[in-house]
Design a protein around this ligand. Sequence first.
Ligand code: CUA
Length: 344
Amino acid sequence: MAMASSCLLSIFYVLPAMAADGPVCADGAAPSPSMFAPRSIPAQKILDVSWFVWGICGLIFLIMAALILWCIIKYRQRPGDDTEAPQIYGSNPIELAWTIIPTVIVFVLFLVSARTIFEIDHTSPPPGSLEITVVGHQWWWEFDYPDQGFVTANELHVPLTRDGKSVPIYLTLESNDVIHSFWVPQLAGKTDVVPNRLNHLWLQPTMVGTYVGQCAEYCGTQHANMLITVVVHEEDDFNEWVTNQRTDAVDEPGVTEGRNLFLQTSCINCHRIRGTVANGTFAPDLTHLMSRSVIGAGVVANTPENLSTWVFDPQMIKPGCRMPSMKLSPEEVKQVVSYLLTLK
Ligand code: CUA
């Protein structure tokens, strides 16, 4: 059932899977937005409580349906029998039973749900957490690693372990504009991202892999193209990724024209490339653009062709997005893209 539902959901996705070289979970499963395949402690707790609630509700349904069916068959009118059935009014034992039993059931469901909510709803970081700030923008995600000292976009990278121990990931959620909602079903429940408010989300991956998610609160034209990719790394791979992200952009030879063009246009008002004068913060940090597998928050794969179309006119790929066409000539687009391709 889990497989069927995840396949069904996948067709509604521009899976970031198409971008990277076939990212998979450690168990070989393709990225899937299915809550039935949890790969994180809070997601597992949510699924457990869901099965428990569905189990009890399913049992009630079966018992009630069987009783109704039994009554319909046993007390049906038989041919030639025109007598009126006995008319019974009131029964204290039965009324007590159908008041007390549902009350007990609701109380049990309440306690179990409340326990799970308290377990997963941390208002302060669990000990040993990696803290990351998530900022929702129309229509992309900013991921700020304050302790590591860099900012990236749309792809959240986290370690499975730190010093060999499972590491809680503690996200602080902020919005730059309207209400968004951060939802990666395999890792945690959804949490709204609200302007002028700090919300928190805890996840603790149990398996290396690539997980996909989606903004889950309608936030404007491109709400549907506000995808999230979470990459859970082995400790060493994560440290390597961090080391790369912390470095400033390197001036590679052969792309001076594109670099100058980029730094002379209004690109730099919105985008930051560390190590250059580009210092904008309205749009994704591009210092390590090519380390990401998607552009436009997952709307297309990060290939040179898509990048060229995007730089020429982002509205062709993501209509309504905040980035305008810079009216560059095809030759200029080529130069800018060849510069961007060096931002590894
Ligand atoms: Cu952001 Cu929907």
